[in-house]
Design a protein around this ligand. Structure first.
Ligand code: HEM
Length: 150
């Protein structure tokens, strides 16, 4: 189960990294149209949420510490925010459909939230790898009293 947790956390990290690539694909596609962000949309609305849920499920199945399970669940909340932030950014265009400073600031929060999510996913992957390292027998921490020889 611990190996499965590592594998699914890697897949999740790859999907998150690709999301930035797909954002650039959308930004550079000409002519700009509704389907410029199709890859970003599919990856963000389907692939990333599924992999994020799977990562949290495997963290629990691998009996990861509660903190790590919580960290694995956190990106779900951050990912759910992403379409809402994108919609809000679009909503703050002016009457002629031109972007406003407020709309662009909210759009920037979409990227910032994405960066935060990636950092969390990197942390989850590190935790999964540490959990998968077998602890050699007798390698537990030796606790001694002050002044007592170890
Ligand atoms: C972890 C990172 C990210 C996630 C999970 C994410 C997720 C999403 C999702 C779910 C949508 C809504 C798609 C739809 O409504 O069909 C969206 C839209 C969008 N995202 Fe991201 N995103 C991320 C990072 C970024 C970055 C870094 C940028 C650019 C700097 C970006 C730019 C956009 C734009 C411009 C839209 C609107 C696309 C449209 O008009 O259809 N995203 N994103």
């Amino acid at each position: 189960m611990r190996k499965a947790f590592v594998i699914v956390s890697v897949l999740s990290l790859v999907a998150f990294a690709l999301q930035f690539v797909f954002a650039a694909v959308g930004g550079f596609t000409r002519p700009t149209g509704d389907d410029a962000y199709a890859l970003h949309s599919v990856n963000g609305m389907a692939v990333i949420p599924v992999l994020t849920v799977l990562t949290a499920v495997f963290a629990a199945l691998a009996k990861a510490p509660g903190r790590l399970i919580g960290l694995a669940i956190l990106p779900i909340g951050l990912v759910v925010l992403q379409p809402l932030i994108a919609m809000l950014a679009e909503a703050f265009t002016d009457a002629s459909g031109v972007s406003t400073p407020l709309g662009l600031t909210i759009g920037g929060l979409h990227a910032l939230n994405g960066i935060i999510a990636v950092h969390v996913v990197v942390g989850v992957h590190r935790g999964a790898r540490q959990l998968a390292v077998p602890v050699p027998a007798g390698a537990g921490r030796l606790v001694t009293r002050e002044g007592e020889p170890a």
